[in-house]
Write a protein that binds this ligand. Structure first.
Ligand code: SF4
Length: 151
């Protein structure tokens, strides 16, 4: 591996940009994601930066069960994120529909039907440490040697 590639891998592992979207949650999972930003979990100490611009993101966190209003919007948002990128489903809602997945329900889980999901963090809601672990364990694997994979 070239020195330049090693430097890129090192920088990427220490500079992970995350954005998040709620496609119809009860806000329980959103609160746990926000807790990651607060001083107790302090997500930035791991080199993870959270912001609202998908064009600057590497990782998309998806919370909530899939509502019809979000189907097109989620795809548009996903397409705005530059490669390399991954999406993580946070909570039981985007994984299975959780308590909202009933026969008469109008929601359309799982989110993996709509965009590719690289990892799932189950829980109702999952703990902030589990969300952090998913980001930290997934990012280096996905971004390692990205240029090499593209050749
Ligand atoms: S998984 Fe649970 S806490 Fe999270 S959005 Fe769904 S119902 Fe709410």
């Amino acid at each position: 591996m070239s020195l330049l590639q090693q430097i890129k891998n090192k920088v990427r592992s220490k500079s992970i940009h995350v954005t998040f979207v709620d496609v119809g949650s009860c806000n329980g999972c959103d609160i746990e994601v926000l807790a990651c930003l607060a001083p107790r979990y302090d997500i930035e100490q791991y080199g993870i930066y959270v912001h609202n611009n998908p064009r600057e993101a590497d990782i998309l966190l998806v919370m909530g069960v899939m509502t019809p209003q979000w189907e097109d919007k989620l795809r548009i948002l996903w397409n705005k994120i530059p490669d390399p990128k991954v999406a993580i489903a946070v909570g039981n809602c985007p994984i299975s529909g959780c308590v909202f997945n009933r026969r008469e329900s109008y929601v359309d889980p799982p989110v993996s039907k709509h965009i590719p999901i690289a990892a799932e963090v189950p829980g109702c809601p999952p703990r902030p440490t589990e969300i952090l672990n998913a980001i930290l364990s997934l990012a280096p694997v996905v971004f390692r040697d990205y240029e090499e994979k593209m050749k």
